[in-house]
Design a protein around this ligand. Structure first.
Ligand code: NAP
Length: 333
């Protein structure tokens, strides 16, 4: 799929962007353009990835003209740029609107302008029935992407817009696993919001698989969701104590803007949700037609017997499996 192609990654210096770059460089891709604001992060990445197929473009997704230049002759766009730290976004909500919402619309308009083949945006479970501003801005990003094809003249514009949605990547900055590890290692009190709290678990490799599959399989206007298991904070605590030693703990309660359980597909979306062997797919509500979907997508089935797909009802990862996952992730070093 990537042989001889040129791709652009917005937010290419971020944790996902770097992992995606590493993967794409293993293919016969012709060029990868990294698009982000901070030149220092680009310089650092440039010295780590010495590959002449890489190009580094300083730019902001808020700047439509710059995006158009960056997308000249581009085949595929991965839109990963975002403001993503929940408390930061809560404190600076309109900045997140400018980057996550207006910036995403700029990406869409630039794709159409430059005749990009496919574009995929990276969404989050926090966008499902959102409780915080970050989730709300990412919901709008998703909506902009999956509806972008609804109103365009398909003879004039060819870009197909796709979304993926997943939960916190294991070990990503600001997430619970590195926080607990640091608290135990530094002999601090383990601050547990609620032992019953559940979260979906996804590794960076699983996230990459989803994105790569969605890019290949998507025909436009779908949201792809991985099939994941979840864990409780109680089990996470037990696994880290088993790995790192004892710790005192304090229950601090669920924080503002935080949910006890995360949802990847809510009850209403289930009406339009299908599955393949590897992933779930929420289809476009506009012109929804089950026969057409069965014909268009190889091997899809309508999801049965699942009211909603949330971290409290998903199959749980055992303490021993969590221990193995965390050890393998390298986060304990
Ligand atoms: N990490 C997770 O657990 C997780 C889970 C679900 C979904 N996601 C989504 O996945 C995407 C990537 O996440 P990540 O963990 O890789 O984030 P990250 O490490 O914080 O990287 C974000 C990237 O976006 C760039 N960026 C931020 N604002 C920008 C702007 N206005 N214009 C251009 N570039 C901008 C940043 O570089 P500069 O600051 O230099 O511009 C950086 O390269 C995000 O959309 C996030 O919402 C992440």
């Amino acid at each position: 799929m990537y042989d001889g192609k040129k791709i652009l990654i917005t937010g290419g210096t971020g944790s996902l962007g770097r992992a995606l770059t590493k993967f794409l460089l293993t293919t016969k891709i012709e060029q990868i353009r990294i698009f982000s604001r901070n030149e220092s992060k680009q310089v650092e990445m440039e010295s780590e990835f010495t590959d002449e197929r890489l190009r580094f473009l300083v730019g902001d997704v808020r700047d439509f003209k710059r995006l158009c230049r960056a997308m000249e002759e581009i085949d595929f766009v991965f839109h990963a740029a975002a403001l993503k730290h929940v408390p930061k976004v809560e404190y600076n909500p309109f900045e997140a609107i400018k980057t996550n919402v207006t910036g995403s619309q700029n990406v869409i308009e630039a794709c159409l302008h430059e005749n990009v083949d496919k574009a995929i945006c990276i969404g989050t479970d926090k966008a499902v029935s959102p409780l915080n501003t970050y989730g709300a801005t990412k919901l709008l990003m998703e909506k902009l992407f999956v509806t972008a094809g609804n109103y365009i003249n398909s003879e004039k514009y060819r870009t197909r817009f796709i979304a993926v949605r997943y939960g916190n990547v294991l070990g990503s900055s600001g997430s619970v696993v590195p926080k607990f590890i640091s608290q135990i290692k530094n002999k601090e009190i383990l601050t547990i919001t609620d032992p019953k709290m559940t979260r979906f678990s996804i590794t960076m490799n699983e996230a990459l698989d989803l994105i790569v599959n969605a890019m290949k399989y998507g025909k436009g206007s779908e949201i792809f969701v991985p099939k994941l298991r979840s864990y409780t904070l109680e089990d996470l605590k037990k696994s880290l104590i088993a790995l790192l030693g004892p710790a005192q703990e304090k229950i601090i309660g669920v924080r503002q803007g935080e949910k006890l359980h995360e949802t990847l597909i809510n009850q209403d979306e289930m009406n339009y949700a299908w599955e393949t062997d590897d992933m779930y797919m929420i289809t476009n509500q506009r012109g929804y037609n089950e026969e057409r979907i069965k014909k268009s997508y190889n091997g899809v089935k309508k999801i049965q017997n699942l009211e909603k797909y949330s971290s409290d009802v998903a199959e749980k990862i055992s303490v021993n499996e969590l221990k193995a996952l965390i050890t393998k992730s390298g986060l304990l070093k």
